[in-house]
Design a protein around this ligand. Structure first.
Ligand SMILES: Cc1cc2nc3c(=O)[nH]c(=O)nc-3n(C[C@H](O)[C@H](O)[C@H](O)COP(=O)(O)OP(=O)(O)OC[C@H]3O[C@@H](n4cnc5c(N)ncnc54)[C@H](O)[C@@H]3O)c2cc1C
Length: 491
């Protein structure tokens, strides 16, 4: 199927090989977070754009990732609030969770956002959309469906798919991945999740709160990419709620059928067998590089993804690659950030480069876990002497009022007060981290983080109080420390 676009500056002509030829300024492959951003911006700047998508407009984020997972988490949070409201003077109830209605809620949230990413919207923006799988046939030509596209620049934004590990028996056992779990309409009585990363744990807590018994097996350390001081707090909370999390647990074999799954798990030399009703795989991502003719186009890649330089250019100078398909940090906001860099380079020849130090991320468990910049360990390696500033949620009046007192902010600066990194575990950590993202991207000093007024009572005050801790640790006179301590108390 192809959406016609009368405004596109594309020339078409029948070729002898039954392909309709199109030429454009930019050809984008993949209509997910990254591809859509490039296509919309390039069209807005008056370039002729071809956008090719082989499956669903919106890619992973809209259909199988961020949007459905956050909608499911929202359902789960409702159920949790109903169960835990008695401390607020409101009688707690055991909620009746209807898996079909939860499914419908998730789908309706996707439906509400879908028009933004639709063929109709992009056609209206002046983008020529082709719904077919794209494949390079040489260094400057892509074939998709009955079209042969030549472009001055190509952007590969084909994303990633769930990794299916080579566990014996898996080929005979039904399992969910992120591509099928949001279509589920059944009660998952006893869910086994393989993988204790952000995706595995977000879904573990959500399904547990929606009434499933949930067991997670993680071969290494759960949330292993985050600061253990803070990820520990998330793991403790999930465990306290009743999610069974096993670390150092290697699933070696799987067997069973519909509604009954058995997994054999090795804990070092010891082996144990667990039973569940359903299985979900969340063990990582595989870049979408196959069947794309990357060799024909001279684009280098390996199992981690397409190789790019710091300006996101591939080994074929005509081709950029962005988002999940290049590996590294795989998030929607990263794909969008990459899109901005490609637009600056490809359209305006500006020397834009990726700066991974300013990229934040957040795991949307409850409590949330958010990070930006260097970890404490990396900051020590890079800056030598550092300051570590902390402030707990329980010292914040708003957190007390809402009984969300678990968690803290941890900020790392160099000796002169330059902010190097921040990690937050607690309520709304994904919102609170943004101030530190701004600070790090603008190379701000910690002093700036004490020089603003925070409306009372808000969780944001936690950030300011953490910043004031710099003076408590800085080599300054006791009297100055006393004055600053007094100011900090005023907020
Ligand atoms: C369960 C889950 C939850 C997540 N939650 C978050 C979150 O809360 N926040 C966050 O920032 N990130 C989250 N992510 C990650 C986020 O979804 C991805 O990082 C993001 O979608 C990557 O965007 P992309 O443009 O690189 O790829 P995608 O969005 O995957 O888009 C790639 C598109 O390319 C198409 N395609 C592939 N090959 C071809 C081809 N040959 N021809 C034509 N089209 C092709 C695909 O069909 C797809 O539509 C989550 C991911 C998962 C799985």
């Amino acid at each position: 199927m192809q959406a016609n676009n009368p405004q596109a500056n594309a020339q078409t002509a029948e070729s002898g090989a039954d392909f309709e030829k199109i030429s454009a300024d930019i050809c984008v492959i993949g209509a997910g977070s990254g591809g859509l951003s490039v296509a919309a911006a390039a069209a807005a700047f008056g370039r002729s754009v071809v956008l090719i998508e082989r499956h669903k407009m919106g890619g992973d984020c809209l259909n199988y990732g961020c949007v459905p997972s956050k909608a499911l988490i929202a359902s789960a949070k409702r159920a949790h609030i109903m169960r835990t409201s008695s401390a607020f003077g409101v009688a707690a109830v055991d909620p009746q969770v209807d898996p079909v209605a939860v499914h419908d809620h998730v789908k309706s949230v996707i439906g509400a956002i879908e028009p933004n990413d639709s063929v109709e919207r992009f056609t209206g923006l002046g983008v020529r959309v082709i719904l077919a799988a794209a494949r390079f046939v040489d260094k400057s030509t892509v074939v998709a469906g009955e079209y042969r596209i030549k472009a001055r620049r190509f952007v590969v934004a084909t994303g990633s798919t769930p990794l299916v590990p080579p566990i014996p028996g898996l080929e005979h056992v039904p399992y969910f991945t992120n591509e099928s779990i949001f279509d589920n309409r059944e009660r998952l009585h006893n869910l086994i999740i393989i993988g204790g990363g952000p995706i595995g744990l977000e879904l573990a807590q959500a399904f547990h709160r929606l009434g499933s018994r949930v067991t997670v097996f993680e071969a290494a350390k759960a949330l292993g990419k985050d600061d253990p001081e803070l990820s520990k707090i998330v793991l403790e909370r999930l465990t306290a709620e009743g999610v069974n999390i096993h670390e150092g647990a290697k699933v070696e074999q799987v067997e069973g059928g519909l509604g009954r799954v058995r997994v054999q798990v090795a804990f070092g030399d010891q082996q144990e067998v667990y039973e569940g009703s359903h299985l979900l795989l969340a063990v990582g991502r595989k870049p979408n590089t196959s069947d794309m003719g990357l060799e024909a186009a001279g684009i280098r890649y390996d199992k981690r993804g397409i190789k790019v330089d710091s300006g996101l250019r591939t080994s074929n100078r005509r081709v950029f690659a962005i988002g999940d398909v290049i590996g590294g940090l795989q998030f929607t906001h990263v794909a969008n950030y990459h899109a901005g860099i490609v637009i600056r380079r490809a359209l305006f020849r500006l020397p834009a480069k990726v700066d991974t130090a300013i990229i934040p991320w957040c795991t949307f468990t409850d409590p949330e876990l958010a990070h930006v910049g260097l970890s404490e360990a990396d900051a020590k390696k890079k800056a030598g002497k550092i300051n570590v500033l902390r402030w707990p949620y329980h010292e914040n009046d708003r957190a007390q009022a809402t009984r969300e007192t678990v968690g803290h902010v941890k900020v790392v600066t160099d000796k002169k007060g330059r902010i190097l990194g921040a990690t937050i575990v607690g309520a709304e950590a994904g919102e609170l981290i943004q101030m530190w993202s701004l600070a790090i991207s603008q190379k701000m000093n910690i002093k700036a983080m004490t020089g603003w007024i925070s409306p009372y009572p808000t969780l944001g005050e936690i950030n300011k109080r953490a910043a004031y801790r710099y003076y408590a640790t800085a080599p300054t006179s006791p009297i100055v420390r006393k004055i600053i301590g007094f100011l900090a108390k005023l907020g």
